[in-house]
Design a protein around this ligand. Structure first.
Ligand code: SAH
Length: 458
């Protein structure tokens, strides 16, 4: 169907913001034609200049506000919105939490599942400075080495020292490293020529352990002035326990390469989640907001109703965070995950923590479910924590075949959650409690939640 486009590029229109898209952009309608407008909030009356026109929608920019939303935070520093560090930074935190709850409610309503309730989002008392990991690109800008963050949808670097949502100890470590790289004239990598040395600085810090790791990602095998830089980091970053060079000499958007060389200290740092000790090396996956991850996973575990006698499957188990925390409340836990290195970490972490009743398998969760089903496995509880694309349909069918009594669904994407709730419904599973959203990524548009389903036909 051809839609008549009523707006023109570079023209200005008066408009009222009617909605906030799931990406956090204001939505205005001009003769029913939707225009997405960054930094515009529902209820605001604005003058919009059209910046880009597509066949079914357009993009615009606010030129002036006639009225502002009471939920608006006046962001002094536009960098955070420009770079996508904090795309919801202009919305008061209480309103961010409501926005996340409403997103799930709206999708349920569209799917005619509005009898399912959604609880208020569990938020953070201090919704800033929460990230325990930073990966910061290094670039030469007008003759000076800079660290910062890319503008949304581009490779143009905005120099930043205070990253707003990262652990401030990490921000200070990055400044120390940046100053040393400047002092010793280390050249930043240039994407166009593939020349230069330093590509990215990565810093991780244990929330409980306070152990800090600095990873210098280089385009070259040799890091010039390595000793001086290492000594400078050790002197300038009191908590540092590990300094690693990671070599990434490929023309790629991937931040880290496969080769690590420990320049100083240990090869890995440690931190705890839900009372379990985890080893974290440069390439390990590890949850970036430990406080809220604990609340999210604890909600999942509390709802599993475990008394030590159950068999539990943890599908999409990553490094086994959920599996290992569940193990002490269950008879046996089975984890499956597609990334081999994550399963190695899971096994290693099980051993270190003396956990013997957790088994980990590398594979596609859907394939492994078919195998478990064929082998006659009868789980009492299936926990799924899938990526954004949700759970494979065959996994849902296998869960029904294995007749698990409960399914706990940890979701990072409400759209696929709602789709999958319908599919679980076809296997006899029904949502037995209000859905609990948990804010894992304050100031951003990510929506995480826990849903409890039970089999009601048997
Ligand atoms: N709970 C985990 C994180 C889950 S994130 C932890 O704390 O470590 C989702 C995971 O699903 C990722 O680790 C991803 O690698 C994995 N994954 C993606 N597709 C998969 C598939 N088809 N089968 C199994 N695992 C998959």
């Amino acid at each position: 169907m051809k839609v008549k486009v009523p707006v023109h590029k570079n023209e200005e229109y008066p408009a009222k913001v009617v909605d906030l898209s799931y990406e956090g952009n204001g939505v205005v309608k001009i003769d029913d034609f939707p225009v997405f407008v960054p930094n515009a909030l529902p209820g605001e009356e604005v003058t919009v200049k059209i910046t880009k026109v597509a066949s079914h929608f357009a993009w615009g920019r606010v030129m002036a506000w006639q009225t502002k939303s009471p939920d608006r935070v006046d962001v002094k520093d536009k960098k955070y919105i420009q770079t996508g560090i904090a795309p919801l930074g202009h919305l008061k935190y209480a309103a961010q939490l409501k926005f996340k709850q409403h997103q799930i409610e709206e999708l349920l309503e569209k799917a005619h599942l509005d009898d399912i309730e959604v609880l208020p989002t569990m938020g953070m008392d201090q919704p800033y400075h929460y990230r325990n990991k930073a990966q910061v690109p290094v670039k030469m800008i007008r003759g000076q080495l800079q660290t910062g963050f890319y503008k949304r949808g581009s490779h143009s670097l905005v120099p930043i020292e205070d990253f707003y949502i990262q652990d401030p100890k990490i921000d200070s470590a990055i400044v120390v490293v940046r100053n040393l790289l400047r002092k010793y004239h280390v050249t930043p990598y240039d994407e166009r020529t593939s020349k230069g040395v330093i590509r990215t600085v990565m810093v991780r810090r244990g929330y409980y352990s306070h152990e800090l790791m600095v990873v210098l990602v280089t385009n070259t095998r040799r890091l010039p002035m390595a000793d001086q830089i290492v000594n400078g980091i050790v002197a300038g970053v009191p908590e540092v326990k590990s300094i690693v060079q990671n070599i990434n000499d490929k023309r790629t958007n991937r931040l880290l390469g496969d080769r690590n060389r420990t320049l100083w200290g240990k090869d890995e740092i440690h931190d705890q989640l839900l009372g379990i000790d985890f080893a974290i090396s440069p390439l390990s996956f590890y949850q970036v907001n430990p406080q809220q991850t604990e609340r999210l996973y604890q909600t999942a575990i509390d709802n599993a109703g475990l008394d030590g006698s159950q068999t539990v499957i943890d599908a999409y188990c990553g490094i086994g965070t959920i599996s290992l925390a569940v193990a002490k409340h269950a008879k046996q836990v089975y984890g499956v995950e597609i990334v081999p290195a994550a399963i190695e970490d899971a096994k290693h972490n099980a051993k270190r923590n003396g956990i013997k009743n957790a088994q980990f398998v590398v594979g596609k969760a859907e394939d492994q479910f078919a195998k478990w089903q064929a082998a006659g496995l009868k789980p009492d509880v299936v926990i799924v924590d899938p990526p954004r694309k949700g759970v494979a349909e065959t996994l849902i069918e296998a869960t029904g075949q294995m007749a698990s009594k409960k399914v706990i669904y940890v979701s990072c994407n409400p759209a696929t959650l709602v789709r999958d709730i319908k599919r679980f419904g076809e296997q006899g599973y029904h949502v037995v409690k209000p859905i609990q959203p948990v804010d894992q990524f304050p100031q951003t548009t990510h929506v995480e939640s826990v849903t409890v389903l039970e089999r009601t036909d048997k």
